[in-house]
Design a protein around this ligand. Structure first.
Ligand code: AMP
Length: 195
């Protein structure tokens, strides 16, 4: 299965992505994670990426596409993947060479994203309030059209992210036609009515 997770920061994409990766046995790939690693490098690309990320700006499409395509062509990704943070612009969606089966949009209100950020355990250099606000603005401007793009292709699934991790996970699995029964992923079947 080739999945894309979309949502503003704090929506729970990486939590859900890692869970789904274990449950469906397919690799999880976060472009944010890749760029945070590149930003640590003492190279001109590293410094450039760090500067853009700290400001909450997007990395140029060409660079992102080049990096994602090179990762996805590795053997581990042939049977499927879960992409987190890509594509973020319609240009990236159109230039992505590989297939996408379903796009899961986990949505939470902007205020909730800022609230969750304040209680986040993991420290990130680009987690300033200004950078987060900028990312939310960019999401509306550049990523909403990506949702429309996949909606037209009938690949978009909308999930309410304002529930517990388990509930959101179950909703996603259900929308993919799957469920967990005794720790195993199975095809989703409605529960029989009990009187
Ligand atoms: P994330 O962890 O997904 O919130 O990404 C953190 C930062 O990495 C973003 O604010 C961007 O600077 C950069 N980034 C990650 N994915 C992309 C992408 N698909 N296109 C452009 N920039 C990206």
């Amino acid at each position: 299965m080739k999945l894309v997770l979309i949502g503003i920061q704090g929506a729970g994409k990486s939590t859900q992505g890692n869970l789904l990766s274990k449950q469906l046995d397919i690799p999880y790939l976060s472009t944010g994670h890749i760029f945070r690693e590149i930003a640590k490098e003492k190279t001109s690309l590293g410094r450039y990426v760090k500067e853009l990320m700290s400001a909450g700006s997007l990395i140029p499409d060409e660079k992102v596409i080049e990096i994602v395509n090179s990762y996805i062509s590795k053997p581990g990704y042939s049977k499927g993947y879960i992409l987190d943070g890509f594509p973020r612009t319609t240009q990236q969606a159109k230039k992505f060479k590989n297939h996408v089966d379903k796009v899961v949009h986990i949505h939470i209100p902007d205020k909730e994203a800022l609230w969750r950020l304040a209680y986040r355990n993991e420290e990130r250099d680009d987690d300033t309030i200004d950078a987060i606000k900028k990312r939310i603005e960019i999401f509306k401007k550049h990523t909403h059209p990506v949702l429309e793009y996949y909606k037209k292709q009938k690949k978009l699934i909308s999930i309410d992210g304002m529930h517990s991790i388990e509930e959101v996970n179950q909703e996603i699995l259900k929308s993919l036609g799957k469920q967990i029964v005794k720790d195993e992923v199975r095809a989703w079947e409605p529960k029989e009515n009990t009187i």
